[in-house]
Design a protein around this ligand. Structure first.
Ligand code: HEC
Length: 146
């Protein structure tokens, strides 16, 4: 009887923890997708604001994108390699350091951008250099075709 109880307890424990594991994986994948989407929306807003010379309004959005990138560093744990329509490629986990370095660079560049717009004479070029080029550099290697 004691053995049986132990078996049941073990079973409940394994089943229970697998469930929690799966749950949090879903939340994490959905969470990172939401942050990337938010960054994209804010990136577009930044371009529009800068086109009409509203630099001060664009700066908080650059900080926001930078912070999201920093948070995203923690959004690619081992249990989120597949499922929930993720477009994350296995290459992320095979090259975690390179991936994290790109994420950190993208974050730093947004802060550089917030400073650079005060002195540059080519707003379009500086956005390309410090914002948009980081998206494609990472997507080319780490995000599936969509
Ligand atoms: C360091 C890597 C990296 C950088 C930098 C990066 N992305 Fe991504 N992005 C990804 C990965 C990986 C995914 C796939 C996430 C998933 O589906 O789980 C993704 C997904 C997305 C998505 C889809 C979100 C969804 O709802 O499925 C959008 C939109 C996006 N990125 C926009 C951008 C834009 C715009 C930039 C630049 C301003 C950018 N990303 C910079 C790695 C990156």
């Amino acid at each position: 009887m004691k053995k049986f109880k132990l078996l049941i307890t073990t079973f409940v424990f394994i089943f229970g923890s697998t469930f929690v594991y799966a749950q949090s994986g879903e939340e994490i994948i959905k969470g990172r997708k939401a942050m990337f989407s938010e960054n994209y929306q804010n990136g577009k807003k930044i371009s529009i604001l800068l086109r009409s010379g509203k630099k001060e309004e664009a700066k908080p959005l650059m900080k926001k994108i930078s912070n999201n990138y920093k948070k995203l560093l923690d959004y690619f744990p081992e249990n989120t390699k597949e499922g929930f329509k993720t477009e994350a490629l296995p290459s992320i986990w095979e090259n975690k350091e390179e991936f994290n370095t790109l994420m950190q660079k993208a974050s730093n560049d947004m802060l550089k951008l917030a400073k650079a717009i005060d002195t540059t004479d080519d707003l379009k070029a500086i956005q390309k250099e410090l914002m948009w080029s980081n998206c494609s550099a990472c997507h080319n290697r780490f995000r599936a075709e969509h």
